[in-house]
Every structure is written in structure tokens, then in C-alpha cells.
Design a binder for this molecule. Sequence first.
Ligand code: FAD
Length: 321
Amino acid sequence: MSSTTTTDLPGTPEMPDVPQHLVKPNAPVIGRVHATRLCTRSRKAAGFVRHVEIDVSGTELENSWHSGQSFGVIPSGDLDGKPHKLRLYSIAAPTGGETGDGTIITTTVKRLIDEHWESHKLVQGVCSNYLCDLNVGDEVLLTGPVGKRFLLPSDPSKHDYIFIATGTGIAPFRGMMLDLIRQGMPSRAALLMGAPYESDLLYHDDLTAWTREHTNFSYHTAISRHTTPDQPTKLYVQDLLREDFDTLGPMLASERTLIYICGLAGMELGVFQTLAKLLTPEHLAQYITVPEGYEEYPEKWERSMIPKTIKKTKRVFLEVY
Ligand SMILES: Cc1cc2nc3c(=O)[nH]c(=O)nc-3n(C[C@H](O)[C@H](O)[C@H](O)COP(=O)(O)OP(=O)(O)OC[C@H]3O[C@@H](n4cnc5c(N)ncnc54)[C@H](O)[C@@H]3O)c2cc1C
């Protein structure tokens, strides 16, 4: 039996073995920015998020990654005389890249801008602002790819997908969706996207277009800080599981379905609590295992209980940062 194959739970996916760490931080390759654009729904969004495409042709990164993996970026400059450490960014491109020939790798990067809690000085994240400032043609040091678990299964057509994202957590799902679309969209997929304001939704026009082009794809949005004519109450992303249960309930009951969660650290707690409230014990056990006595009070669960007490099954994939 392959080390990545598991059969303990019905619907457990067989996962591919993918290469990682082909390019190490002590010998990064040079990529060149191919395109950069804002990917928020509106320029008036509260955050600045950019879709950045990087040409890696002729380097060891060319044709080397799978959707769902990440790559490393080493920002130029130094901190107290030492070179900056690399930061990881999720790959937003499909396997094979934007153009299908493995040359263009992409990410979705949010500028980290904040105020220091004590000194009240402006905090500008080093790497996110470096990446967002780059222009077409600029060089950038890259490593990777990284990640061997947050991937589509070996045969994607054997499963259906519920992708749950907040913010730049959308990045790997853009890549995975493009992989599925390039394979003729052989599965059902639902993408649940949470954002503070409507203006902060990412890749909104592309995702909306995909719902028109692919009847087995649905796109659901949750806006947490204001209401809209379509959404009369404020919603967090996990609330969509309940709000859109007509569509999502049959998927959640199916043995084909895998759940992928990506975005803000902590978002998994709300997702697991909501699943526990909505699903029968039999269906819940497809996604999480809960010790006896805990299942009746999901509202009392705390994040620290994951993963020791509340455990996800191999049909749930989690990447939060
Ligand atoms: C697997 C993985 C995938 C990722 N994918 C993506 C992605 O696709 N897109 C993306 O944008 N990011 C992604 N990230 C996050 C990314 O790696 C960086 O952490 C992020 O861009 C911030 O890096 P930075 O260099 O800009 O900030 P840094 O210079 O590293 O600054 C962050 C530091 O600032 C501190 N800080 C922030 N605000 C304040 C404040 N108010 N007061 C005091 N200190 C403060 C934080 O504690 C932190 O130490 C991913 C991370 C991981 C682990």
C-alpha cells in the first residue's frame, strides 16, 4: 500500500505524492514579475490585495508545483544587517501555471498594514509590501514549492469539493478550481468566501462567471461587517453552511465530498461548530471526530481543543495562517 493511500473512512481520498523543497532558501531562483493587479472587487476595499504573476521559466521552479502548494519569497534588503527571512505565499495558479506550460506562478498577496498596539507606530509588513510594490519586469528571489497535504486528490473526479476561504485563503482554491475546469469540471464544487465588506471580495467577477459557465460550481459569499440587499444580516463564512444548506446539505451528506479550509487562523473552529450543529452524527463523523459528551455543546468548544480533542478526518484539509 502506498504511504499516501488510506482506506479507513469511506470516501477517504488517495493523495498524490508531490515534490517539495526543490529550491531551498540558501540557493533561491530568480523569477521576474509578469503581471500585477489589484484583485479586490473595488478600489475602495478596506485592504489592498494583489494578484501577482511571476515568470519562473528556465528555473528549477518551472513546471514543478501543484495547486494548493506554496512558494517562498525572500524580500530584498536586510533586518539589522541580516538578510530577510523568506515568507510563504499560497500558489493561486493551477498546476501548470497561468499559461499551462509551467512558467507562470501566481499568488494573491495582502499588504500587511497596521498600527503597533503599544507605540502606535505604523507597522508595514516587510514581504507583503515588497511583493505588492514590485513592477512588471522586476526580479524576485523564490524558493519552494512547499506543502504535501493541501492538494487535490490523485483523481479529482472521484470527489466533490467544498472550499471555504477567508481573505487570501482564496488563493489555493483559485488554482484548484482552474485545475478542475481544465479537466472539464468533472466534480461538483462549492466555494464559500468570507470578507468583511463586499468591496473586499477577491476574484469576484471570475468566480461569478464560473457559476454561469459550470452548472456544477456554486459560489457563496458572506459579508461580516455590513448587510446588503442580497444579505439582510451580517454573516461569517461558516454561516453559509446553514444559510445555503439546500445546496450544501446534500453535498455534505455525500461520501464523495471533501472539505478544504484556508485563510485566517481560527476560522476552522466556527466551521467545525457549525457542522456539528447541522449534521447528523453519522454525517459529522465524515469530517470531524468529537469525544462523547462534547457533541451536544459545540458552542462551548474552543480553538485550543483542535486538534487534540476535536480531530478532523482525512476528508478535511486545513491551511490557516
Ligand atoms: C502556508 C502559508 C501560506 C500563506 N499564503 C499567503 C497568501 O497566499 N497571501 C498572503 O498575503 N499571505 C500569505 N501567508 C502569510 C505570509 O507568509 C506573511 O506572513 C504575510 O504576508 C505577512 O508578511 P510580511 O513580511 O508582510 O509581514 P512581517 O514583516 O513578517 O510582519 C508581520 C509581523 O508584524 C507584526 N504585526 C502586525 N501587526 C502588528 C501590530 N499592529 N502591532 C505590532 N506588531 C504587528 C506581526 O506580529 C508579525 O510578527 C501565508 C503564510 C503561510 C504560513
